[in-house]
Design a protein around this ligand. Structure first.
Ligand code: CU
Length: 224
């Protein structure tokens, strides 16, 4: 389902989209009822010659209903989104066996350190790419992100991932892509004059393609 939102290509995209559309529908209904009611009252009870205002005490039953229904709805949405949030951003949410990358954001570019053929960061075959991140499909990926200068935000609309990266604090971002292709990475935090050009490309490969691509990249790094 992709109406309004771009195609979702991560394991949690469907959950986020579902809650988004539910909130849109609920607030949409409330909007129509409230604004429609307002308009109706404005017209129905407008000032007319000979008509007098009269005093009412309120209606306890009506007040209980229009307080209880929104309260229950809001609490329900809150709990539901907390469960989804915990799966994505929770303390221990990063799946076991995730492929790790280092990400460094600076004015106004992204640096992605790939683990190389051995799949482990901090070894000789690591290599860094500027504004290019390559990941395999159907594989949980974890990005250990740091910001060099100011706050940046790692945003891939297609993955439904958006995460601020604060200097000195960093951020851990994980996702699992469910479809191959090229998708835009944007900085979603106004980080200076060049913010608009702080974009990078995410390439999602099949597992075999990724292995081949890694093998073709790693020697470049050892030569550096
Ligand atoms: Cu930025």
């Amino acid at each position: 389902m992709s109406w309004i939102l771009p195609e979702g290509i991560s394991t949690f995209a469907a959950d986020i989209d579902l809650i988004y559309y539910w909130i849109l529908v609920i607030t949409g209904i409330v909007f129509v009822v409230v604004e429609g009611g307002l308009l109706w009252f404005v017209i129905k009870y407008r000032a007319r010659p000979g008509r007098k205002a009269y005093y009412i005490q309120g209606n306890t039953k009506a007040e209980i209903i229009w307080s209880a229904i929104p309260a229950v709805t809001v609490v329900f949405i809150g709990l539901w989104s907390a469960i989804i949030w915990d799966d994505i951003k929770g303390r221990d949410s990063v799946p076991e066996g995730s492929l790790a990358y280092d990400v460094r954001a600076e004015q106004f570019e992204w640096h992605f350190t790939h683990a190389g053929v051995d799949g482990t960061l901090g070894t000789a075959d690591d290599f860094q790419l500027r504004n290019q991140l390559h990941v395999p499909v159907n594989q949980p990926v974890v990005l250990n992100a740091t910001a060099e200068d100011v706050i940046h935000a790692f945003f891939v609309p297609a993955l439904r991932v958006k995460q601020d990266i604060v200097p000195g604090l960093g951020a851990v971002i994980w996702f699992e892509a469910t479809s191959t292709g090229e998708y835009e990475i944007a900085c979603a935090e106004l980080c200076g004059m060049g913010h608009y050009r702080m974009r990078a490309m995410l390439t999602i490969h099949t597992q075999e393609e990724y292995s081949q691509w890694l093998a073709s990249q790693s020697p470049v790094a050892t030569a550096e």
